[in-house]
Design a binder for this molecule. Structure first.
Ligand code: F0G
Length: 503
């Protein structure tokens, strides 16, 4: 829609102007640092940082109605930088000028209601937000859009010519980091640290394809994270893990979009979020609290944090008696491999936000559930059998929904919104291994025959077969087609035409 076609009351605000006063707040010592450079930890005490806007209060000078209609109208504005997560520019990273915003098609992913057949099987109507439809096929693109837009701003304003962006990853962060870095041309190069053998072939192909330098390290994600933290402490690099608070800002858009999808009414909604390094759930809680503070939403939804029982530090923390103490866990192999993290870097941020959340909604507003490996993969395959392609982390959410329904955590009037954080194809190796029943030993998973599927070979006896070397002659070809069609029809139980009604 062209600018002059928007209502006059909204027109002046549609094209966001740089504003706000962003700064880094230390969770440890409370110091505030200017956001004129990239920081990951507090220069005074090495504490974790949050990015906040000192002028945030001014957002409340406008009514909730104003923001709601601005964001709704802005969806119709054809202006590239505001097409993705920066649709919510004022609430996200208002200091970044539009000219520096990097947009590769991320965000605005669909929230789809589960087909009736799946809802019946699970025992409730629910929705899934399909985050696998982002450019690098996971939600990480939201955070990278913000982090790399900020880096782009620094490159332009500080004439930086050779930035080395680094991250540790279970796969998806590296895919997104490499892709978004590559979009900035020669100014930014990327290097990623992956736990050898704990990233799928599809995920590994992503940073390689985008030209990153890929290091495979022994151990698990937590070991890679320690190495990358050391790199960012001692060398000039741009850390792109969610320890980088710009990432968190971008990922808040998930919360904003979910609110918008339900016309800003999140009462009776329950958001299920798989948790690994705890960056995503931190961002979602932070985004929801921002929208709540400025009256864009009036009710906060219930939140369910989901972990596999093989990588469950957040579950253990929230299910232990108060006063709670946090302890990292040693992870075991999990099919929800992208979230296989024993010591989430963002845990201190999460704990603080949950406290804030529970102060506003004292009763039953935040839960942590753990799910079994068998249920994770069965749910992923079941969803696929009923119209959804969800990743193994999406499978975790679906397994958790079943558990929550059984425990009465989700009531009949509530609707769950599951976060399928990545595309199923990234994890098709687990599907293949399940179909071959190869997950018994390492994952204690047994294939359920009704979920197994394999390609069928045709037994073409006494039949000429096409081969790469020699084309079939017309007579052979006719024979091949005839016999193949007969075999397929017999396997499928097809009735010949003219033999009665199609049933
Ligand atoms: N789902 C997927 C597909 C992920 O890739 C991750 C994390 C999570 C869920 C958990 O999100 O870490 O924000 O709590 N993957 C990271 C990575 C850590 O390196 O790609 P989180």
């Amino acid at each position: 829609m062209r600018l002059e076609q928007f209502p006059a009351s909204i027109r002046d605000y549609l094209i966001a102007k740089p504003g706000g006063d962003l700064g880094y707040d230390c969770l440890g010592c409370g110091a505030r640092h200017k956001a004129d450079r990239l920081l990951y930890t507090c220069p005074d005490c090495a504490g974790l940082l949050n990015l906040t806007d000192a002028l945030d209060g001014a957002l409340s000078n406008k009514s909730g109605d104003f923001w709601r209609s601005l964001f709704d109208y802005r969806q119709m504005l054809n202006l590239e930088p505001l097409k993705g997560v920066f649709l919510f520019h004022e609430f996200l990273a208002p200091s970044i000028p539009l000219q520096d915003i990097l947009y590769l098609g991320e965000g605005r992913t669909p929230v789809v209601e589960a087909p009736e057949a799946l809802a019946e099987e699970i025992g409730a109507h629910f929705y899934i937000k399909l985050e696998g439809l982002n450019p690098s096929a996971s939600f990480k693109d939201r955070g990278m859009a913000a982090a790399l837009s900020y880096l782009n701003f620094l490159v332009r304003t500080q004439n930086l010519t050779s930035v080395m962006a680094v991250c540790a990853s279970t796969g998806d962060t590296s895919a997104a980091a490499a892709l978004y870095s590559s979009a900035l041309g020669t100014a930014v190069k990327s290097a990623v640290l992956l736990p050898k053998g704990r990233v799928t072939a599809q995920q590994l192909s992503q940073p390689l394809g985008a030209g990153a330098t890929v290091f495979e390290l022994p151990g698990v994600f937590d070991d890679c994270m320690k190495v990358v933290e050391k790199l960012s402490d001692d060398y000039q690099v741009a850390l792109l893990n969610s320890k980088n608070p710009w990432r968190v800002l971008g990922q808040e858009s998930y919360a904003f979009e979910t609110a918008q999808r339900f016309d800003y009414d999140l009462s009776h909604k329950v958001l299920f979020v798989p948790v690994g390094n705890a960056g995503n759930i931190t961002a979602i809680l932070s985004g929801l609290l921002k929208f709540y503070r400025h009256k864009v939403i009036e009710k906060l939804p219930k939140i369910v944090a989901v972990q596999s029982e093989r990588a469950n530090p957040v579950f253990l923390y929230y299910n232990s008696p108060k006063p709670r103490t946090y302890s990292p866990v040693t992870v075991k192999p999990s099919v929800a491999q992208a979230a296989m993290i024993g010591d989430p870097v963002s845990f201190p941020r999460l704990a603080k936000l949950v406290d804030q959340y529970e102060k506003i909604c004292p009763h039953s507003s935040f839960f942590a559930l753990e799910v079994k490996e068998q249920d994770i993969i069965d749910c992923m395959l079941l969803a696929n059998r009923r119209g959804f392609t969800v990743c193994t982390q999406g499978g975790e959410c679906l397994a958790a929904l079943k558990l929550a329904l059984a425990q009465g955590l989700v009531g009949p009037k509530e609707r769950a919104v599951l976060n399928s954080t990545a595309h199923a194809l990234k994890f098709s190796n687990f599907q293949n291994a399940y179909f071959e029943d190869f997950l018994k030993e390492e994952y204690a998973i047994t294939a359920k025959p009704y979920l197994v599927n394999r390609p069928k070979a045709l037994e073409l006896k006494n039949c000429p077969k096409p081969s790469g070397q020699r084309p079939l002659n017309p007579q052979e070809s006719e024979q091949f087609v005839q016999i193949s069609a007969q075999e397929i029809a017999s396997t499928l139980g097809l009735k010949a035409k003219g033999s009665g009604r199609i049933s």
